[in-house]
Design a protein around this ligand. Structure first.
Ligand SMILES: Cc1cc2nc3c(=O)[nH]c(=O)nc-3n(C[C@H](O)[C@H](O)[C@H](O)COP(=O)(O)OP(=O)(O)OC[C@H]3O[C@@H](n4cnc5c(N)ncnc54)[C@H](O)[C@@H]3O)c2cc1C
Length: 424
């Protein structure tokens, strides 16, 4: 089998790269390790997609996503006119539909096991494993959107140096069976000055968001409730590290919880398979306590239950590849103009720290451009990356990793490959 492009990883950046490439007529194969598309959005339950700058480019995938999502009532526009409120379950169907519409070949339950470079023309020879079967494929280009740089690892490419700092992972979950109207009314009264709470009664359901973290510099309305729960041993102190609630479109009795944050032990590295596995177990244990806490303390949650636990650990940062250009914090604070821009953003540097009072949210107040060179391997000019593994330093990655930016990265990579393939 011969392809022009293989996209490895059918997650946030991968679906965009494969969709746009196929729409442009590039013969594309999308290889996904799991049985669903969407990655962090669907398997990881990460909603909503945070809004980035209105002057962003390479937003064709996102525009099409809104059209497809609306067919399935899988999207809502809320808070600051952000259209990125998606339903993670329905998006599994939406992404299938999108990829089918552009005739992209998709392989689920498949991973690369070997990749080598052909000395004749520089294309890649790939061995794919699907359960016990092996498939042999040839491709001119690869985009690695596996979020851990799996292809860069196989091809023995270098990664950015690790930073002493680390971002803590989270394991997200959803709670169902909530009387959301009752909860919203209580919340509006409880957080009267609306420091962090938003509520909107839309046509068919209530939309709300609220938060509380252990950062004492912020004025969280829910703080006294969390403090009482810790005192009464309903929660452990670390359970209070970070807690955010978001409504989900077409799930009126369900709320997405951006928690628990999993605090890593000193010296632990999330890339270590044992640290990763312990984090998952710790996360599920915390979910159990947090769900009981909600039931006990929040009016409207009396009959609630855990409806979904994320199938993947929510890792914010692990490997960052070495590209032709490494985007830095300075490029965010003092934006530069680049010749070939992959995307634009004004999203702040958003570091979820491993200790209390240490979270960072640094705004630049500027729109910054990110060049395509951050998506091209320094070692092979036909190997691209997109998503949270972008070639960037620790701080810059913390600003570039949001979903809208990942969508644009996938699209930018696909369009750049198109230009090279067809010399346009
Ligand atoms: C807890 C948490 C909360 C967040 N909150 C928000 C938020 O509210 N809004 C926002 O915009 N962003 C948020 N983010 C950031 C954002 O969701 C991620 O950075 C982004 O989705 C990552 O996209 P990606 O394409 O790099 O990886 P993913 O979307 O994770 O996709 C990677 C894909 O690769 C597949 N894969 C892995 N290995 C292989 C392999 N060897 N072969 C084939 N396939 C493979 C995986 O199965 C997966 O489908 C959050 C992140 C986390 C962790």
């Amino acid at each position: 089998m011969k392809y022009d492009l293989i996209v490895f990883g059918g997650g946030t950046a991968g679906v965009s790269a494969a969709y746009i490439a196929s729409k442009l007529g590039i013969k594309t194969l999308l290889v996904e390790k799991s049985d669903v598309l969407g990655g962090s959005i669907t398997q990881g339950l990460v909603v909503p997609a945070m809004k980035v700058n209105s002057s962003n480019i390479n937003t064709e995938f996102y525009t099409d996503l809104l059209t497809f999502a609306n067919k399935y009532s899988a999207q809502h526009t809320y808070i600051d006119n952000n259209s990125g409120w998606f339903n993670p379950e329905l998006l599994k169907i939406v992404f299938d539909d999108m990829l089918k519409s552009v005739n992209c070949n998709v392989l689920f339950s498949s991973c690369p096991s070997e990749i080598s470079l052909s000395f004749n023309d520089g294309s890649f020879n790939v061995v794919l494993s699907h359960k016990l079967l092996s498939l042999y494929v040839e491709t001119k280009y690869i985009v690695d959107t596996t979020s851990n740089g799996e292809i860069f690892k196989i091809l023995d490419c270098d990664f950015q140096n690790t930073d002493e700092r680390t971002q803590s992972p989270s394991l997200r979950f959803n709670i169902g069976g909530i009387n959301t109207k009752e909860f919203a009314s209580w919340l509006m009264e409880f957080d009267k000055d609306r420091n962090v709470t938003t509520v909107e009664f839309a046509e068919n359901q209530v939309y709300l968001s609220t938060a509380c973290t252990w950062d004492k510099n912020k004025n969280w309305a829910l703080s006294p409730i969390f403090a009482e729960a810790v005192e009464k041993k309903v929660l452990e102190y670390e359970d209070t590290a970070y807690f955010q609630l978001f409504s989900i479109p077409s799930m009126p009795d369900c709320i997405a919880v951006n928690a628990p944050r999993i605090i890593l032990d000193e010296g632990d590295d999330i890339r270590d398979p044992f640290v990763y596995s312990r984090a998952l177990m710790k996360g599920r244990e915390r979910i159990c306590r947090l769900a009981e806490f909600c039931k006990k303390y929040f009016p409207g949650f009396e009959n609630s239950y855990i409806s979904h636990i994320s199938d993947m650990l929510g890792v914010r940062e692990s490997y960052r590849v070495k590209g032709l250009y490494t985007f830095t914090k300075d490029d965010i604070i003092h934006p530069k103009k680049f010749e070939n821009v992959a995307f634009c953003s004004d999203y702040p540097i958003d570091i979820h720290s491993n200790s209390s009072n240490d979270d960072e949210l640094e705004f630049s107040n500027n729109t910054y451009q990110v060049p395509i060179e951050c998506l091209i391997s320094e070692k092979y000019n036909n190997l691209y990356c997109a998503g949270r593994i972008i070639s960037a330093d620790f701080d810059a990655q913390a600003a570039l990793r949001t979903q809208m930016s990942c969508f644009s990265m996938g699209e930018a990579a696909a369009k750049d490959i198109y230009k090279k393939l067809f010399s346009v």
